[in-house]
Design a protein around this ligand. Sequence first.
Ligand code: GH3
Ligand code: MG
Ligand code: MG
Ligand code: MG
Ligand code: MG
Length: 288
Amino acid sequence: MDDDRLIRTLMHEYLSREGYEVVLAENCLEALSILEEASNEFKFLVTDWELPDGSGIDLIRHVRHVVCSHYMYIVMATSHGHRDNLTRALNAGADDFLAKPIDRGELIARMRAGQRILDLETRLTHLANSDLLTGLPTRRVFEELVSKEWGRARRYRRPLSCVLFDIDYFKRVNDIHGHAAGDQVLREVGRVFADSVRDSDIICRYGGEEFCALLPEATSEQAAIWAEKLRKRLSERDIILDSAVVNVTISMGIAESLAEMEDPEDLVEIADQCLLEAKGSGRNQVVC
Ligand code: GH3
Ligand code: MG
Ligand code: MG
Ligand code: MG
Ligand code: MG
């Protein structure tokens, strides 16, 4: 964002040549409306300080308060090169500073420095959100999503179901075939689960040999039909290991979000009670 046309032209040329996709804005209002529409699409913001309709500082403060799915790297480009100004820009939320007149080499070097931070964020997010063994989202992700989907289901009065799975007698797999074979089975079971959900569903590794699915728009009856198919598919499947062929079954408990439930934990709690019942009444079954 810059009100100076020459600077916009230069920025566009320098950045496009490096492979960046550039969107230009000439004032705060325009920048805000672009960001409002698609803040998740932007990784960098390079902003001027003084604009006819406001200050780059205010824009930066605003952007830092808007929820964005990832970190936006912000560079303040200005001729206000004094140390006090630099401090103000950084305190407002800028990550870096670019002196005017703009030097192409410096601009690109600062963008690259920003890219290193963004790459690190992507890597850390992936590590924090996915289970090492199965690659599925973790329980932490699940808990965040349960709250979100719970709120959405409430607001729009839509169904939402939760399914908890637990592999039957999994300890035996480890005891008979070894822990590495157990890991292989978990990976394979995770793959079968991941293959059986729709894009809007989410399936996580809940803990050890337990998995959990969240099915938006599904009533408990619909969830039970889906779960029963999955239970059957897994029970009929031979899991081929390096040294043996293993067959595992799963027990499943299902709960649907109901008006009288107080919070999302109740949903998981009821699914867990159903799972216990499935275990108690012989395993390899779905209880709703
Ligand atoms: P149940 O039918 O009652 O669920 O019996 P179970 O043997 O599956 O249940 P239990 O809770 O007694 O044992 C779970 C086993 O899962 C014990 C634990 O060593 C194993 N397990 C948990 N996480 C992992 C893992 O990451 N890798 C391997 N190989 N085993 C795991
Ligand atoms: Mg200006
Ligand atoms: Mg200026
Ligand atoms: Mg268990
Ligand atoms: Mg088990």
